[in-house]
Design a protein around this ligand. Structure first.
Ligand SMILES: *Cc1c(COP(=O)(O)O)cnc(C)c1O
Length: 341
């Protein structure tokens, strides 16, 4: 048995999800003729309290399209310095949108009005770039899955819009955040112009992300999806997995969070662990003890058939997901306790 905790993207579709995929009605979506994709897009728009939604192959693409349609070249986006859009999308903000970034530290990645206010460019000063978007990530992957409450998001949104800036949400794990705050997804849309959600993370589909947006942005988003090479044909087979996941895999995210907390607690007791970041959702990030490197630690893990990810020169990341159950949790903790490093 291999226990793969590298990411919540490693899951395989369940038999019931495959069944839903096999029996999907499909058509050519570039011609707007795939009924299952249309159904998924309408479902996502409604679920997020937005007017429109566009199905895409990846969360990188939905983020890049979102930022692209909210900016002009030479603009700037404000975001957390470790945010996915900046740090993990191959420099796409610069390449795809020809924009700059104003990077904030945040409180475990959660940015605030106090941090945003002083870095907004002065539009009356020709020296200054135009700061046109504030991008929020929820949950924050680089910071152990920390999350915002809707009140915190409302404060950022109200302020940013009062300064003429648009709002983008990288909600790759939005449903993990909502699981903890017990807030409803339909309340989220009002605070954003574009929202990206991933179906292939905690929700467990093999492929797919969705960009929800305002009606007036929909055509632009669809054009950019085509430009980026994301116009797919009979992709209703993939959309069917998304519909199934939204109906069946949101409720269970709390189990992933419970297991992540158990892993975090167990790691906190071990000699080869220096510190564990607070475990807020399904991501566990820990620092290895002095004299231990992540590489050495991962080599030891592999002797026990456990996979994890080196996240920096001193950190390791574990992510819980649909294919990690209580039996695997017990096996992992038992193995951790046996390890000497
Ligand atoms: C995974 C992830 C994405 C998108 O990733 P893809 O692999 O391109 O689907 C975006 N934002 C965050 C925070 C993520 O964790």
């Amino acid at each position: 048995m291999i226990i793969d905790l590298r990411s919540d993207t490693v899951t395989k579709p369940t038999p019931a999800m495959k069944e839903a995929m096999f029996s999907a009605e499909v058509g050519d979506d570039v011609f707007g003729e795939d009924p299952t994709i249309k159904k998924l897009e309408a479902k996502c728009a409604a679920l997020l309290g937005m007017e429109a939604a566009v199905f895409c192959p990846s969360g990188t693409m939905t983020n890049q399209i979102g930022i692209k349609i909210l900016t002009q070249p030479y603009d700037e986006v404000i975001c957390y310095k470790g945010s996915h859009i900046y740090k993990y999308e191959g420099g796409g903000l610069a390449g795809n949108s020809s924009i700059g970034t104003k990077l904030l530290t945040g409180n475990r990645g959660r940015i605030s009005v106090e941090e945003i206010a002083p870095v907004i460019g002065n539009i009356n000063d020709v020296h200054s770039a135009q700061t046109s978007v504030v991008a929020v990530e929820n949950t924050v992957v680089r910071e152990g899955g920390s999350y915002y409450t809707l009140n915190e998001i409302k404060a950022i949104s109200d302020f940013s819009r009062s300064k003429g800036m648009a709002m983008h949400l990288d909600g790759a794990r939005l449903f993990n955040a909502l699981t903890e705050t017990k807030e409803t997804s339909t309340e989220v849309g009002r605070y954003f112009d574009t929202i990206s959600i991933c179906l292939s993370k905690g929700l467990g589909t093999p492929v797919g992300s969705v960009l929800a947006c305002k009606k007036e942005l929909e055509l632009k988003a669809r054009r950019m999806r085509k430009v980026f090479g994301g116009g797919m044909r009979q992709a209703g087979y993939l959309a069917a997995a998304g519909i199934y996941a939204l109906d069946n895999h949101i409720e269970r995210l709390k189990d992933d969070h419970k297991r992540a907390k158990a892993l975090g607690n167990a790691l906190g007791q071990l000699a080869w662990v220096k510190s564990v970041m607070p475990v807020d959702t399904n991501i566990v990030i820990f620092e290895v003890a002095d004299g231990v490197t992540p590489e050495k630690c991962l080599a030891k893990f592999s002797e026990y058939n456990i996979k994890a990810l080196a996240f920096s020169a001193s950190e390791i990341r574990l992510v819980t997901h649909l294919d990690f159950d209580d039996t695997m949790l017990d096996a992992t903790i038992t193995s951790f306790k046996k390890m000497y490093l």
